[in-house]
Structures are given as C-alpha cells and as structure tokens.
Design a protein around this ligand. Structure first.
Ligand code: SAM
Length: 240
C-alpha cells in the first residue's frame, strides 16, 4: 500500500510515520509513505499558498493552484484522494477497514479557515475525525493513517485487531496482566483458571456488559446470538 500526505507542515507528520508499528510497516515494505510539502507549489517569491476570502470575513483560505499542482500527479498515479475536513464522513472502524483495501491513498491536510471550494473537484472522499475543529488536517490525517495501516494485512496479527472494540460490533472486554494482585486489586480468578471455555464466556459477558453500560447504541447493530441475548437480559435485570 502507498499513502501520500499533502501538507504545509511535513515536520508535523514525519515523526509518527517513522515510529512504532506505523514506522515498522514502512521498514518492512508493507506500506510506503510519501510526504509532500505544499509550500513547494506555492506562488511567487514568497511561495504563497493562501489568500483572503472572497466576500470578506476572518482568516485566510488555501488557494487552489498549489493543491491542484500537488494533487493532479497523484490522481494520475491512481491515488484515491481523501480530504480531511470537519464536514466529511465520520471516521469509523468500518471506514478504516474499507480504506485499508485501497492500494494508494493521498491524504490532504487543510489549514487556515479551510480550502478553496474548487479543490473538492479533485477529492474522492472527505473524512472527519469528529465533531470538533483542529487547527489543521495533519493530526486528522495521522489518526486516519494509523487506523488504516494497522489493518493492512501483515502489519499486525489479524487476531490482535479482530477482537478490538468495534471490530466485533462491541467494545472489548477488560484486559489484565501480571501481577495477579496489585495493592488490593486482584485479577478475576477465571482468567487464571486455565479453562479456555470459561475465559471466552467471561470475556464475551464482560464485552456485552461494557457495551451495554457505555455504548448501548452499538447493540442495535452488533451480531448477537441467543446466548448473548440471554446475557444481556440478565445484565439488564441486574442478575449478573
Ligand atoms: N473553517 C473550517 C470549518 O469550520 O469547517 C475549519 C478549518 S480548520 C481550522 C483547518 C483544517 O483542519 C481543515 O481544512 C481540515 O483539513 C482540518 N480539520 C480540522 N478539524 C478537523 C476534523 N474534525 N476532522 C478532519 N479534519 C479537520
């Protein structure tokens, strides 16, 4: 997979792209990252990339020319162009999984008050990371990239992300590691029992409990069997 990031602040994205799992994916050759400095396509002696908004108002707007210059070759190379934008489709686990199947993504980071509307003609999809506004698209691009790259086959073991929150339609069960007792806090005895059937049942129950308590909306869409529905009835009636 190849991911291009088009930004006015390449230094902001460089660190995370070389670190931990995201960095190892590049070292292994599973994913290739290319960061493009939009300033190189800036206009005039000052490499200007923004201007005042037509019609007046506060702030500056990113001009179309530098972004067209940066994006047209990427589109010609087959990139699926994603603009990070608060008005975009909300990033979810399902969207990350869909994007992880696309061989070439180009992520476009806005700045200032936003971008000239005509840039959207070069964009295949717009994605928001949530209902709040950041100063630029670099952190949203990194959030999207991280969510996508970990799902690319070979980056982490499939078993590690299959049971993650949202992947199964539920929130994940609680996790514990050593020591068995920390201060007065103990690991649930079932996890030490060595009985894999009991451990699986406990995890499923706790996953259902956590989802019911924190994100009951997920239960409307989650694939549930009869045993799950019985557990949910018990949890709702306070029996478990
Ligand atoms: N004036 C714009 C608005 O009200 O929608 C906000 C512009 S914001 C200050 C500058 C850039 O940050 C945007 O063009 C976008 O690339 C990025 N950005 C900010 N918040 C975002 C979010 N929640 N999701 C995705 N991108 C975001």
């Amino acid at each position: 997979m190849r991911i291009d990031v088009v930004t006015l602040f390449p230094e902001l994205v460089a660190g995370p792209l070389g670190t931990s799992i995201i960095g190892r994916a590049a070292q292994a050759g599973t994913v290739e990252y290319r960061v493009h400095d939009l300033r190189e396509h800036g206009l005039g002696r000052h490499r200007s990339v923004d201007d005042y908004p037509y019609g007046g108002g506060a702030g500056m707007v990113m001009r179309p020319e530098p972004l067209f210059d940066a994006l047209e070759p990427l589109r010609a190379a087959g990139a699926h162009v994603v603009l990070l934008d608060p008005a975009g489709e909300r990033l979810t686990d399902a969207l990350a999984r869909e994007l992880a199947t696309i061989p070439h993504l180009a992520l476009v980071c806005g700045r200032y008050e936003g971008i000239d509307e005509r840039i959207r003609t070069l964009v295949d999809r717009e994605v928001s990371i949530g209902d709040y506004v950041l100063t630029g698209g670099e952190l949203p691009a990194l959030v999207l990239l991280d969510a996508v790259v970990r799902l690319v086959p070979g980056v982490i073991a499939e078993a590690s992300h299959k049971g993650d929150s949202f992947a199964s339609g539920l929130l994940e069960h609680p996790q514990y590691t050593r020591p068995e007792r920390f201060r007065d806090l103990e690991v649930p005895p079932v996890l030490l029992s060595g009985n894999h059937g009991e451990v699986d049942r406990w995890r499923r129950r706790e996953s259902l409990r956590r989802t019911l308590e924190r994100r009951p909306d997920l239960l409307d869409e989650a694939p549930l069997d009869d045993a799950d529905r019985r557990v949910l009835e018990e949890l709702r009636s306070g029996e478990a």
